[in-house]
Design a binder for this molecule. Structure first.
Ligand code: AMP
Ligand code: GLY
Length: 416
């Protein structure tokens, strides 16, 4: 089979590794991929989405797997164009991908289908937003692209006013509405589900660490680490999540005529009143994919292929018992900025963990160097959380580069 994966980061490196470890051998392509991904997949160099579709048709690609979200909503949508070209695509149509692209769309969807989520108001002006500040803390969310900076959990009116001024008057993120949401409390958990029309298959849950520094301090990032294990949620909680959140979401998609084939990521908060949806993402998480993918057993490539064609066979894969822990190494300046060009040392010393490349490139000497904010994901498994954690940290200390930032409490904080 010929498989093309879109994306270039650690998530795609992990997905491509899992596809390449499937029992049958497949020819794998990546668009655009990275120097590290190039050891497993042939990189495709085309200027944009229409050309990619033409290239896939010309090269008889059997399956397109959407890694990152951007292409799903760009132009006429990756999955929409694949559908027209007759290429099975694992990733939803543009219309359904609005669940991630528009926070207001997602909130109206949740409300319409009676799925538990924080109460909210969609505000079009600063005055409306100010009027909606009825209690504190309160959560404000810009409904548009904001490079991960569009959400503010405001403990008091002053901070809320400041965010409203920045977003709705100074327009620091450009035009767009502001959502004012009740603030929920409780542990967060990410649930990954393969959705294929009216069918769904719940995969392994995970938890990511969004803040740059230990003890959840400092600004938000794309994710500084992740933990994956079945044991993250009790069976009774998983049943409740399935009944109150996953099933009604899949039914809601069908009722709304939103065709969905792909991974669907539920960002949940386990509040005292039960699980509630914080957000949907129309793809696997990053760095959660790096933690979950090494736990996949069975035939992942065929699993995705059959589901993308509309004939899901969940029994083609299962998940290892135990724990998987992913540690991100980030470059100097992240998340405000990032530094490229720092040479990475010690990669060949890592023997007891997997290394996925998030943002690296090869320099003229053929050595990997930093090329972005999140640089590497180092991932280890163990029967217990402590075993996985100790292994991941022992291996990660072998890898260094100037300016490296890494949290020391991944898999510890929120558990002990
Ligand atoms: P989002 O971009 O919607 O996932 O929000 C980013 C982060 O903000 C989440 O991971 C939560 O930690 C926090 N957050 C978002 N919405 C709420 C809410 N309603 N109550 C409390 N925290 C929230
Ligand atoms: N780990 C959060 C995300 O993938 O958006």
């Amino acid at each position: 089979m010929k498989i093309l994966v879109t994306g270039k980061g650690g998530r795609e490196h992990a997905l491509i590794t899992a596809l390449s470890e499937s029992p049958e051998s497949h020819e794998i392509f990546a668009y655009p991929g990275s120097d590290a991904i190039a050891t497993l997949a042939t990189r495709v160099d085309v200027p944009g989405l229409p050309e990619l579709i033409t290239w896939m048709q010309a090269n008889a690609i059997d399956l397109c797997v959407a890694g990152e979200e951007a292409w799903l909503v760009k132009d006429r949508g990756l999955a929409n164009l694949c559908a027209e070209a007759g290429i099975p695509c694992w990733g939803p149509l543009k219309e359904a991908a609005q669940l991630e692209a528009s926070k207001a769309f997602a909130k109206y969807f949740l409300k319409r289908h009676h799925i538990p989520t924080a109460a909210f108001t969609v505000c079009t002006t600063a005055e409306e937003a100010r009027a909606a500040l009825t209690q504190f803390p309160i959560v404000l969310k810009f409904d548009g692209l904001a490079a991960g900076k569009g959400v503010a959990v405001c403990p008091n009116r002053d901070e809320a006013e400041e965010f409203i001024t920045d977003v709705m008057e100074k327009r620091i993120f450009g035009a767009g509405n502001l959502l004012v949401e009740h603030c929920l409390t409780g542990p967060e958990i990410s649930i990954f589900v393969s959705v294929c029309d009216e069918h769904y298959h719940i995969l392994m849950p995970a938890r990511d660490y969004k803040r740059i520094r230990d003890n959840d301090q400092g600004p938000n990032t794309g994710g500084m680490g992740a933990v994956a294990s079945r044991q993250l949620a009790e069976p009774m909680m998983m049943e409740r999540i399935e009944r109150e959140i996953v099933q009604p979401t899949v039914t809601g998609l069908i009722q709304d005529g939103l065709k969905y084939r792909g991974f669907l990521y539920f960002g949940l908060m386990l509040t005292p009143d039960g699980p509630q949806v914080i957000e949907y993402n129309c793809r696997f998480g990053d760095p959660e994919a790096e933690a979950v993918m090494p736990m996949v057993r069975g035939d992942f490539a065929r699993y995705v292929f059959e589901a993308a064609k509309g004939q899901p066979q969940p029994d083609l894969i299962h998940f290892a018992e135990g724990w998987s822990i992913c540690l991100i190494s980030a470059s100097a300046g992240y998340p405000a900025s990032s530094r490229s060009g720092d040479v990475i040392r010690g990669l060949d010393q890592v023997t007891g963990a997997r290394v996925y490349h998030c943002g690296t490139r090869k320099n003229a000497a053929g050595d990997f160097e930093t090329n972005g904010g999140r640089v590497l994901a180092i991932v280890a498994q163990g029967t217990t959380r402590t075993e996985a954690r100790d292994k991941a940290y022992a291996e990660s200390t072998k890898v260094t580069f100037d300016g490296l930032q890494r949290r020391s409490d991944i898999g510890q904080m929120h558990f002990e």
